[in-house]
Ligand binder design. Structure first.
Ligand SMILES: Nc1ncnc2c1ncn2[C@@H]1O[C@H](COP(=O)(O)OP(=O)(O)OP(=O)(O)O)[C@@H](O)[C@H]1O
Length: 780
């Protein structure tokens, strides 16, 4: 037997013995789970037998309360261990088929012998709990696997830095408990496993990359010291992958202190949420909190205000003709994205502290209780040295008191007596019960009918006042939309001494048109919520300890500043690629973070290697950028991307159908026809749906399956496909320089195959890229 075979034999034996240990552990845990679940069942069955219920005297009630509490605690303890063991069993179940993916032999300085460290998704000890059979990939020692080749190596622990020599680094592919591949770095080139992983089909769910994390990605994953970690990575460089591995790392590193509930990820669209949903559970961790920024804003804006979403804004920008209106809107978007606008709002808030706040009338049954004017007068009677939010809290208290007074008075009104007759049977019953209950504690008897009427009028009046009280508690008496609208008037500019620019008048004009009909454009949403928070005095969240922002280049400076205020105590990981900025405000930005964002402890990591696409696709997409020289496509073979010049729409559709069928035959599972906009996607979908089994992806789509998809470019952000077909790469679709980044984003979604279609007028964005394309023409 040669050395290689002997090594393989040795390793397979080790896998077999580890799997045996896992099986034993699984059996043992399953028995424990069974025992606990039957215990829990028993507690549930006998819950009330073991509780002493006695409510005669206050002391007895207290005893009853504690008795119930004790039983409930017992039950929830069992349920907790049951769920904990259940999770452990699931992880072991996965470990059984692929217990580890790597091995390093490390000889610590000063030690005689080296130790073999096997790395897997979780750690496993032998039966005596003495030796690690598998080390968790997140353990301190595991980092040498990612950071070094054989030779001198070191890693950090809480006790300090450990130095030594790595004598062996081995990678495994283990499937169904069998070693299918085994490579020693140093002997072979070392990228085989990565080649194999990247050569696989795209998935509708993102994969974990634990086995092949690259050194620079490991830096992101294990970074603990920076308050703000900024990752600028080219398309396909593993930003999202590293972010998710980082979440898993943090949950491991701070186990007991940090839970998934303390981590928040802002993602680009709802589809992306489901795309990444399985990565953490596969690693045995729970998913963090996840939302799009739009979802957050929506939750903060009253339903009566019509909010334009981010995608509607993008559609407008991409479809719009360059009219005067259009140009002004673009200017307005750009202005409202900037910190200068935040300064204007801060100045406006100073003004509002002295005058100018607007309120809504408080009405009940069409009757005015407290007028907006009265509320305003009351507000400005408070000491001006108090902040607006403090005065608002006083005002709220005053309003609630006033409303309660009205409520009491209202009970005597004639309309109440009349409406009582129309109350439901249940209301009478409730009133009766209340009377009975009251009587029990009060032996003085009143005239029952009189009392009943009183209780019923209370019920009735409360019914009208309850929503009003609720609204006041939510500060709905503040007329935010008009306050925000007022900012865009000449009067305010003068009174508040706002420092505005030359475009301000135009910006005011178009803002007022929308705001006066309670419409809030996407560019207004963040400033609006900012203003609202500074009037109400919303406190930043202290429970979120880590915020991740993916596709960070799509956030404006103002949005960043706002998010910073929302999570003042959190560490932040911002991941982005300036070349994939799709919003108007980011189309010319040169950094994913505004330069003046947070001076505090900030660290930047730049990722230049792109893993997603084959080299020919990578070379092509790199050529699309004006400053793409730093991008290093991963060396994976594949076909050159093609550009097919078609005669007309019919020809385009015939070519697409042929290509899709061809790609399917080659075994590609996810094929995306990427259109520029939702409008174009719908047209493409309707023209092709009879020829191909298609799925149309729209902004509300929350998950996708394998197959052929038609998708607007901006919704494909963050996602990847085996093959991408660009529906229209003509100058009709992509002609503005500002669309270069969108075009680049669409093309970089392809893993293995990329095909572009155009009519004779090829997009000018392709002018420097023709050498990287196989061009064929159907035009005679
Ligand atoms: N270390 C790695 N090992 C294996 N695969 C990797 C690694 N890094 C990245 N990949 C793969 O490369 C592809 C791109 O990764 P990912 O989506 O995380 O990149 P990204 O930088 O967020 O991309 P984009 O900005 O273009 O959306 C994925 O298929 C991912 O699994």
């Amino acid at each position: 037997m040669g050395k290689e075979q002997m090594d393989k034999h040795f390793e397979q034996n080790r896998v077999d013995s580890v799997v045996k240990e896992i099986n034993q552990k699984v059996n043992h845990l399953s028995q424990q789970v069974q025992k606990i679940s039957s215990d829990a069942l028993e507690i549930r069955k006998t819950f009330w037998n073991d509780v002493t219920v006695n409510v005669d005297e206050p002391d007895d009630m207290i005893e009853t309360y504690f008795s119930i509490k004790q039983q409930a605690q017992l039950l929830s303890e069992r349920e907790r261990s049951q769920s904990h063991l259940g999770k452990e069993l699931k992880t072991l179940g996965r470990l059984k088929y692929s217990p580890y993916f790597g091995r390093v032999d490390f000889k610590e300085d000063g030690e005689q012998k080296s130790e073999s460290i096997y790395l897997g998704i979780t750690s496993l000890m032998d039966q005596n709990e003495e030796n690690f059979l598998i080390y968790d990939w997140r353990a301190p020692i595991s980092s040498i696997y990612y950071d070094y080749s054989p030779g001198k190596a070191e890693y950090n622990t809480l006790e300090g830095n450990i130095k030594g020599e790595m004598e062996l680094k081995r990678q495994f592919i283990i499937r169904n408990s069998k070693i299918e591949g085994m490579f020693d770095t140093g002997i072979t080139i070392g990228d085989e496993i990565l080649q194999e992983v990247l050569g696989n089909n795209a998935n509708t769910q993102m994969k974990s990359i634990v086995a092949t994390i690259q050194k620079e990605q490991n830096q992101i994953i294990r970074n603990e010291k920076s308050k703000v970690l900024l990752v600028q990575g080219v398309a396909g460089s593993g930003k999202t992958s590293a972010a998710l591995q980082r979440v898993a790392y943090l949950l491991y590193r701070y186990r007991g202190i940090l839970t998934s509930q303390n981590i928040m990820l802002f993602s680009p669209n709802p589809l992306f949420n489901s795309y990444v949903a399985t990565v953490l559970p596969e690693l045995g961790e729970e998913n963090m909190q996840q939302a799009t920024f739009l979802e957050y804003l929506t939750s903060r804006i009253e339903k009566s205000i019509h909010l334009e979403d981010a995608f509607m804004q993008v559609e407008y920008i991409l479809n719009g003709e360059e009219t005067e209106e259009y140009v002004t809107r673009i200017k307005s978007i750009s202005f409202k994205s900037n910190l200068q606008f935040k300064e204007i709002m801060d100045q406006y808030l100073k003004y509002l502290s002295n005058e100018g706040l607007l309120f809504k009338d408080i009405m009940v049954k069409n009757k005015l209780l407290i007028s907006a004017e009265q509320i305003k007068d009351k507000f400005y009677t408070y000491d001006k040295s108090y902040s607006i939010p403090n005065r608002m809290a006083l005002l709220q208290e005053w309003l609630l008191k006033e409303i309660r007074k009205f409520k009491k008075r209202e009970r005597e009104q004639d309309w109440v007596k009349e409406e009582i007759q129309f109350l439901e049977k249940e209301d009478y019953l409730d009133a009766f019960k209340k009377l009975q209950k009251d009587k029990k504690f009060n032996e003085d008897t009143f005239d029952d009918q009189e009392r009943e009427e009183k209780v019923l009028s209370e019920v009735l009046v409360s019914r009208y006042f309850k929503p009003i009280i609720r609204q006041v508690k939510k500060f709905r008496f503040i007329d935010y939309i008009h306050i925000y609208n007022q900012l865009f008037t000449q009067e305010t500019v003068e009174k508040a001494a706002l420092l505005v620019n030359d475009d301000w008048k135009d910006i005011c004009r178009i803002s007022q048109v929308k705001l006066s009909s309670s419409e809030l454009t996407y560019e207004d949403a963040t400033p609006f919520v900012y203003l609202k928070d500074h009037i109400e005095g919303r406190k930043g969240s202290s429970s979120v300890k880590h915020v991740f922002i993916d596709e960070a280049q799509d956030y404006s400076p103002l949005q960043f500043a706002y998010i910073r205020e929302l999570f003042p105590y959190s560490k932040m990981t911002l991941l982005g690629d300036i070349n994939q900025g799709i919003f108007a405000h980011s189309s010319e930005a040169t950094s994913i973070l505004p330069l003046n964002f947070i001076e505090e402890d900030k660290e930047s990591i730049i990722l230049t290697r792109s893993y997603r696409s084959t080299r020919p696709i990578g070379e092509f997409t790199k050529s699309l950028l004006k400053d793409g020289s730093l991008i290093e496509p991963f060396n994976r073979e594949g076909n050159k991307p093609t550009l097919t010049i078609v005669k007309d729409q019919d020809d385009l559709h015939t070519s697409l159908v042929r290509k899709v069928n061809n790609l399917k035959e080659q075994g590609h599972k996810t094929i995306a026809i990427i259109c520029k906009t939702a409008k174009e996607s719908q047209e493409a979908f309707h023209s092709l749906k009879d020829e191909l089994p298609l799925k149309l992806i729209e902004k509300g789509t929350i998950s996708f399956e394998q197959g052929v998809l038609v998708i607007p470019s901006y919704l494909a952000k963050g996602i990847e496909f085996d093959a991408v077909l660009i529906y229209d790469a003509s100058s009709k679709s992509y002609h503005r320089e500002s669309e270069r980044r969108l075009f680049y984003t669409a093309c970089t979604r392809a893993m293995h195959e990329l095909h572009l279609y155009t009519t004779e007028e090829i997009s000018p964005l392709l002018s420097d890229s023709k050498d990287y394309l196989e061009i064929s023409s159907k035009v005679l």
